[in-house]
Each structure stands twice: as C-alpha cells, then as structure tokens.
Design a protein around this ligand. Structure first.
Ligand SMILES: Nc1nc2c(ncn2[C@@H]2O[C@H](COP(=O)(O)OP(=O)(O)O)[C@@H](O)[C@H]2O)c(=O)[nH]1
Ligand SMILES: Nc1ncnc2c1ncn2[C@@H]1O[C@H](COP(=O)(O)OP(=O)(O)O)[C@@H](O)[C@H]1O
Length: 204
C-alpha cells in the first residue's frame, strides 16, 4: 500500500493574499501538490471557469452536498457557501499525493479536527495597516465590509498559534518559497516514522 500524501492547509485572514500566493505556487513548474478545487455558491467572476477555479453550484445543490456528507468542511463567507469536496481529498491522499487546500479560517479549524495530522500554515500580513491597504487596493469591498473584515482579521490573527507554521506574506515570492520549504521539511520529519525504513531493516 502506498504511503498517504500530506494534507497542506493554507489559511489566514481575508485579504492577506492567500489566493495570490496559492496561484503563484501552482504556476511554478516544480510544484508537486494537487490543488483541491472548492465548491462555491458565489457567482463566477470574469474569466473564472467552472471546474478550474471553483465548482460553481446553487445554494440548493450545495445544501444537498452538506446533507449527503460530500464536503470535508464548509463555511459561509460573506453571504456565500464555500466547501471542500471530501472524495477528491481522500482519493488523492490515498494515491500518495499531497493535497493543497486554500481556505478561510473557519474551514481550517474544521479540517484540523478531522485531519490533526495535516500541515496547517497561517499566512500573516506584515501589519494590520498593510492588510487594510491590500483589502482597499483589491477594490472589491465597501467601507462597511472593510471595517468588518478588519475586526474579523484581528480575531483570526489571535488564533494563529493553533497552526503549525506562520508565514508572513511580505512579498509573494518569499511567502511561496517559505511554504515550499516547510512542506519539504515536513516530509523529512515524517520520514522518521516511515514504513519504508522499517521494511529496509527487516531485510537481513
Ligand atoms: N472554508 C472554505 N473556504 C474557502 C474554500 N474555497 C475558498 N475559500 C475561501 O473563501 C474566501 C473567499 O474566496 P473568493 O470568493 O474566491 O474571494 P477572494 O477573497 O478573492 O479569495 C477566501 O478566503 C478563500 O480562501 C473552501 O472550500 N472552504
Ligand atoms: N505580498 C503581497 N504584497 C502586496 N500585495 C499583495 C501581496 N499578496 C497579495 N497582495 C494583494 O492583496 C490583495 C488581496 O489578495 P488575495 O489573494 O485576494 O487575498 P485573500 O485570498 O487572502 O483574500 C490583492 O489585491 C493582491 O494582489
């Protein structure tokens, strides 16, 4: 039987740059993780494709998935549902491949309960001022929403010690390099208990 892959969870406050960092990691040719495409009820943005960016579904379809236990975790975020299809995660991990989730913090907390052996990485802003700048620059939110996001961000940052690692998103490339190094180090750490070595010792 193949050794199971690693479940990598990247989370952090809204606007910190999770989506940007994730896209950069997957655009690099040496990336060996499998991206788990989420299901959402939010409308596709221009250029987004069903089955590539997200699986775009209606609220009814999403609620049916919840009922039929098709989601590893799910959360309602700014009026839309987001969730991770459980079958893909299970299948890919059992094939020995690493799965990468980029999800908001409520979802990450749920995954931690189900997969305590996962690798949980918190993406942190250089400062609260810079986080606000990024949300404002992205230009997708009204002033009210920004104020709420900043309040939520403070509470989320307080929870960062529940993660295995904190990566500051100072520049996108630095953050990507740190995340890739953490994954490499985690694989090396897990080698200590790898059945491969036990087998090696059984011979002779
Ligand atoms: N819990 C959970 N959060 C998700 C999932 N997929 C995406 N998200 C998060 O949902 C939030 C909103 O995503 P999106 O609508 O694409 O807008 P963004 O703010 O531009 O990234 C982001 O924080 C994502 O990380 C998922 O499957 N589960
Ligand atoms: N390291 C960075 N330096 C400066 N701006 C960044 C950085 N990472 C992301 N951004 C910008 O911050 C905004 C929020 O990024 P996004 O990836 O949408 O965040 P999230 O997915 O965490 O909500 C975007 O406008 C993005 O271009």
């Amino acid at each position: 039987m193949k050794e199971r892959g690693l479940l990598i969870v990247l989370s952090g406050p809204s606007g910190v740059g999770k989506g940007t960092v994730r896209k950069e990691i997957f655009s690099q040719t040496d990336t060996k993780f499998e991206y788990s495409i989420s299901v959402t009820t939010r409308k596709p943005r221009e250029g987004e494709v069903d089955g590539i960016d997200y699986f775009f579904r209606t609220r009814e379809e999403f609620e049916e998935m919840i009922e039929n236990k098709k989601l590893l975790e799910w959360a309602e975020f700014v009026g839309n549902y987001y969730g991770t299809p459980v079958d893909y995660v299970e299948k890919t991990l059992s094939e020995g491949k690493d799965v990468f989730l980029e999800i908001e913090v409520q979802g990450a907390i749920q995954v931690r309960e189900i997969f305590p052996e996962g690798l949980f990485i918190f993406l942190a802003p250089p400062s609260l001022g810079e986080l606000k700048n990024r949300i404002v620059t992205r230009g997708t939110e009204t002033d009210d929403v920004i104020a709420n996001r900043m309040k939520a961000a403070k509470a989320e940052i307080e929870l960062m010690d529940a993660y295995d690692y904190v990566v500051e998103n100072d520049t996108v490339l630095h953050a990507c390099e740190r995340i890739k190094s953490i994954v490499t180090a985690e694989h090396c750490r897990r080698e200590r208990v790898s059945p491969r070595y036990k087998k090696m010792l059984e011979v002779e």
